[in-house]
Design a protein around this ligand. Structure first.
Ligand SMILES: Cc1cc2nc3c(=O)[nH]c(=O)nc-3n(C[C@H](O)[C@H](O)[C@H](O)COP(=O)(O)OP(=O)(O)OC[C@H]3O[C@@H](n4cnc5c(N)ncnc54)[C@H](O)[C@@H]3O)c2cc1C
Length: 442
């Protein structure tokens, strides 16, 4: 698993990995109007989305509830890890480190993997519609991640949305965008490189700053006269405030500028200008990250929560302890799509670690329901390492612990470790090894 033992594959390989299906995972040739697979006689759990949450749920369900049939539906032919992908952008780890087979864990743990695009979820019929046919479920777990909410910048202007997504992608969803971002960084000849950050909540809050540090390291090492401007809507860098501020100041003083309170007023991708509450910024190149929301399927399935005045929150409205929808105890949403879970801190951090812990918890809940038992709440935690320097490799970290207070609500304790050091990078490698070992077969 160590990156030094791997051969680096060129950026194009990533796009190829996400567009070429292995033979065993080729889509089935069925009409969307027919059943995707016949009934097996067993009660069935359908898992929508084979990312960190979905893969974990599938693996642990097989162990916890061997009498249930488990079917995992995923659009991509191979698994691509967003965690550690920032390191891949500057060649700290190679493509094989991030890309893994879907078929191998399915075979090893005994669930069915189908590579298909899910088009809709009909909760009244307990049916999931896919490009290759429909599939009925007894339990449904939705872990389809996030969507980019470009409408909040551009309304219905499709031309601006498509142009921005294609020209200034951010690679915050497992897709061929990762290769484009990598090429962008490696081809940059100098000038101003702008990164917009979305307002919270968004996927992996510390990771855009990590990306800025690693890009700055690359520009510094290769003597590229670049300035990175981070346009941040928050009043300060967060989380790991001190650790990041020190890294910006001590390692990349002439390269990174962090602009706080830079709430977006207007984005003009054609003329390369971002107008914010903290001023207007012209750029030579950019990663334009729009606000994030729960993935499209959560909207289609009618699972989006509502504010007290009836507006959509943009995130799934589910039970904060068991992740099931209030009107159906056998339909769950986990991972980054999840809405606020506590009046004290709002959302869990949108992290792979959290999705993994929730996947394990949901597997237990379903196993208990299948035995007609009342599920017992499982407490989760979160841990995240961020690389801020590549020579030497030094990381910082943040940990979150949770409990239930006397008021019955979840509390959160955040522990930043901003003292950058090589040991935390070693811990990061052990962490990812442990995680991949939990839900992949490699
Ligand atoms: C740059 C970066 C660095 C990160 N670093 C870390 C880190 O160090 N530690 C950490 O814990 N987390 C990290 N994260 C966050 C982590 O990637 C997410 O929190 C995690 O992936 C969430 O899991 P999920 O299951 O909710 O979504 P995902 O892992 O995104 O999985 C969703 C899956 O659903 C599939 N899907 C969506 N819609 C459909 C459809 N209609 N049909 C079929 N399939 C569909 C998608 O293809 C995808 O595979 C990082 C993220 C990024 C972008």
């Amino acid at each position: 698993m160590k990156s030094s033992r791997r051969t680096f594959l060129k950026a194009g390989t990533a796009a190829a990995a996400l567009s070429a299906a292995p033979l065993s995972a080729q889509p089935l040739l069925r009409s969307p109007a027919s059943a995707l697979m016949p009934k097996s006689g067993k009660r069935r759990v359908v898992i929508a989305g084979g990312g960190w949450g979905g893969l974990t749920t599938a693996r642990h369900l097989r162990a916890q509830a061997p009498d249930l049939e488990v079917v995992l539906l995923e659009r991509n032919p191979v698994f691509w890890s967003c965690p550690l992908s920032n390191k891949w952008l500057i060649d700290v780890v190679d493509t094989q480190f991030l890309v893994h087979s879907y078929m191998a864990p399915a075979k090893r743990y005994g669930y069915t993997f189908v590579q298909t695009e899910i088009s809709d979820i009909d909760r009244s019929a307990r049916r999931v519609h896919t490009a290759q046919g429909y599939i009925d479920y007894d339990w449904l777990v939705v872990s389809t991640g996030i969507r980019y909410a470009f409408e909040s910048w551009f309304g219905n202007d499709r031309k601006a949305i498509d142009y921005t997504r294609e020209t200034y992608p951010t690679a915050y969803i497992p897709s061929a965008e990762h290769a484009v971002v990598k090429q962008k960084i490696h081809n940059f000849k100098g000038g101003t490189f702008v990164m917009t950050l979305p307002p919270p909540p968004h996927r992996c809050p510390p990771s855009p700053y990590e990306r800025a540090c690693l890009m700055a390291w690359h520009f510094k090492t290769n003597k590229i006269p670049a300035k990175i401007i981070i346009l941040d809507p928050k009043p300060m860098v967060a989380p790991i405030t001190a650790g990041y501020n020190e890294a910006f100041r001590e390692l990349y003083p002439d390269i990174i500028t962090h602009v706080p309170k830079a709430l977006i007023k207007e984005v003009d991708p054609f003329n390369k200008v971002v107008k914010t509450a903290a001023g207007d910024f012209k750029f030579d190149d950019a990663l334009l990250m729009s606000p994030h929301q729960a993935g499209d399927l959560v909207w289609k399935a009618g699972l989006i929560g509502k504010t007290p005045d009836g507006k959509p929150t943009g995130w799934a409205g589910v039970d904060p302890f068991f992740y099931n929808t209030k009107d159906d105890p056998q339909v769950f949403v986990i991972g980054d799509s999840l809405g606020a879970v506590s009046p004290h801190f709002g959302h869990y951090p949108k992290a792979g670690h959290v999705a993994n812990k929730q996947g394990r918890a949901v597997a237990q809940y379903i196993a208990q329901q299948a035995k007609d038992r009342q599920p017992k709440h499982v407490m989760i935690d979160n841990l995240c390492y961020m690389l801020v320097n590549n020579t030497p490799r030094e990381a910082i970290s943040v940990q979150f612990d949770y409990g239930i207070g006397e008021d019955g609500h979840l509390w959160q304790k955040q522990i930043d470790d901003g003292q950058r050091r090589p040991e935390l990078w070693e811990e990061d490698l052990k962490w990812v090894d442990h995680m991949f070992g939990d839900f992949l077969a490699s």
